[in-house]
Design a protein around this ligand. Structure first.
Ligand code: ADA
Length: 586
């Protein structure tokens, strides 16, 4: 198959356009397609094996051309996996980021692939010392596994085509070659922007010499990408040896710029205020169909969100494709959750985290939607030990290097004003759950009314200490049990949740010192019953979604939609009408 329109449709189920597309790739698709077709990809501890932790084995055979090499691309494997082809172990990977494995040719066509997946928390799978996350971490091959068959017997291929916008017209292009290199042959790259033709007809394309990066290349008919007008470009690159094509990849990218200026975040030179939600890539299962991802993007847009924080791991490339196409701005972050000083001092943890960061940065490099790279969600950034400092500095530097000015670097901090490492961040991002924690305390409307003052205190702190950095609220929220109604001051009712969410919204949107808000959270998520209890997470869910697990709307999402349209519907319940009007700016 070539790069035909028909393929584009088929492969949107599993393959990203930005990550790198070869016309001839094949893939094991996501559920429910996978179920229908008996495909490879599945979560291995869904009901009735829910909560079981251990090792699962996946086994399949793939058809390659005789004596040609192959690349396997894994979207997400939870948490550690060993990949063997024809009985030989080729990869041992831990953590949730996309990765690929190259497979040398064999003198046969059928290749047997075995993957052992281990979802236990231990020193190697993902050595978090708390042995938990606050979401249900299913095990298995959670996202697509792609199978690319190459033209040559040796795995010599384009491992990455990275496009970094330098302006709204010029880009830097970095072409990375696989680690296997031919010893004698001379290589050549040819490329073409927005090729209207199918396939790789490289005759007449521009040439660049291998090994070099191309700087300040002008994109013909450059169109800017923005949330209102998310225009995308494509770039095809062919790798040639002695006039013979070894590989050809197409990537999709967008021309946009992100920067900060004082307390503002600038997109394409204009200040933008971010509003959106934290979103876990979960429904009841951690394996989402393309339709489910598209539905989430549609809902985000309907509520008026321009921003989504992908909590707390590298995102599904298909979701990022949808964000690129729909003009949603994304915060993507490296797997991490409330990491401790002990984690930061652990060599295995740090080595894996850096590797996950590299893999995330490589996979997401071309998505214009991704304007933030984050890491160490709610880590102990108040810990003064040299290992913790080195961890924050090292991670910020690594992600900054990999972004080349095309993304902002930050982390969701819950150590409030005690965070010691904000110097390393481009933006200060804070989490706070006023009027919610401790869950068992009664609902307190006075505390809800105090929310504008609380955020103002954060704004003053940042203004004083970090005048050159914008402030974002990356988590705030409250639980609301779907379908549970009652008085507004009663915790766990949809009414209480709705009031509190509205108060966060108006506090941030009437405060010019705050650059944006990501509420916690988009939809309810399943949690791990082994590490949480019904008092904190009733019904086995983290119930802070503004939508239910199956994406039915709660009161909060309806109220926020109205507020986005400057129609305060409910705030008058707790504030005198003139205050409610003042806060919503009417
Ligand atoms: C934290 C954390 C989230 C979630 C949230 C909550 O802020 O970052 O993952 O656990 O708290 O629901 O309490």
């Amino acid at each position: 198959a070539g790069m035909e329109n028909g393929d584009e449709e088929l492969c949107s189920y599993c393959c990203s356009r930005a990550y790198g597309w070869r016309g001839n790739q094949d893939c094991w698709r996501t559920l429910p397609e996978a179920e229908r077709e008996g495909a490879f990809e599945k979560c291995c501890n869904q009901h009735p094996l829910r909560h079981r932790r251990g090792v699962a084995r996946y086994q399949t055979e793939v058809q390659a051309a005789f004596n040609t090499s192959v690349i396997l691309v894994f979207g997400a494997c939870a948490l550690r996996c060993l990949v063997a082809v024809d009985g030989v172990v080729l990869a041992d990977h831990s953590g949730l980021s996309p990765f690929s494995v190259s497979v040398a040719s064999a003198e046969r066509e059928l290749r047997s692939v075995t993957v052992l997946v281990d979802n236990r928390f231990d020193r190697v799978t993902h050595p978090v010392h708390q042995q938990k996350y606050d979401w249900y971490q299913g095990g298995g091959l959670l996202r697509a596994v792609q199978f690319h068959s190459l033209a040559s017997p040796q795995p010599i291929y384009l491992a990455g085509v990275e496009v970094f916008p330098r302006s709204l017209e010029y880009v830097d292009v970095d072409v990375r070659l696989s680690s296997t290199r031919p010893t004698t042959e001379s290589l050549e790259y040819r490329w073409q922007f927005d090729d209207p033709q199918e396939g790789c007809n490289w005759f007449g394309w521009s040439t660049i010499s291998p090994g070099s990066e191309a700087h300040n290349v002008s994109v013909p008919n450059a169109r800017r990408w923005s949330p209102e007008n998310p225009e995308l470009h494509r770039l095809k690159v062919a790798l040639l040896s002695a006039g013979k094509m070894l590989d050809c990849v197409e990537v999709r990218f967008g021309l946009r710029q992100v920067a900060t200026s004082g307390r503002d975040i600038l997109l394409n030179g204009q200040a933008i205020k971010l509003f959106g939600f934290n979103r876990h890539d979960l429904v009841a299962s951690p394996v989402l169909s393309h339709e489910e991802l598209a539905r989430d993007v549609q809902i985000l847009r309907d509520v008026g969100a321009n921003f989504v924080r992908g909590a707390h791991y590298a995102q599904d490339q298909r979701f990022l494709d949808l964000c690129d196409e729909n003009g949603l701005l994304v915060w993507e972050e490296v797997l991490g959750w409330q990491n401790t000083a002990q984690d930061f001092a652990d060599g295995i943890f740090m080595m894996q985290s850096m590797k996950l960061a590299d893999e995330m940065a490589a996979a997401s490099v071309n998505h214009p939607s991704v304007i933030f790279f984050g890491f160490f969600n709610e880590g102990r950034s108040d810990d003064p030990s040299p290992a913790t400092e080195a961890a924050y500095r090292g991670m910020a530097n690594r992600l900054r290097e990999r972004s080349r000015g095309s993304r902002l670097i930050s982390w969701g901090s819950y150590t409030t004003l005690g965070d010691r490492y904000l110097d390393f961040a481009d933006v200060c991002s804070f989490h706070h759950y006023p009027a919610w924690y401790p869950t068992t305390a009664p609902g307190n409307l006075e505390e809800v009314k105090g929310i504008p003052l609380l955020w103002e205190a954060y704004a003053r702190f940042v203004e004083e200490k970090f005048p050159a950095k914008p402030l974002l609220i990356t988590e705030a929220g409250a639980g609301g049990l779907f379908g549970h109604h009652g008085p507004s001051e009663e915790k766990w009712t949809e009414e209480f949740q709705s009031l509190l969410m509205q108060m966060h919204y108006v506090s941030v949107f009437t405060n010019p010192k705050i650059a944006g808000l990501a509420l916690w959270q988009f939809a309810d998520i399943p949690i791990d019953r082994l590490v949480s209890d019904d008092e904190h997470r009733p019904r086995g869910l983290n119930n802070k979604g503004v939508l239910s697990l199956s994406r039915l709307p709660k009161l909060a999402v309806q109220a926020l939609r109205l507020l986005r349209n400057s129609k305060p519907a409910y705030l008058g319940l707790i504030l005198p009408p003139q205050d409610a009007d003042r806060l919503t700016g009417l």
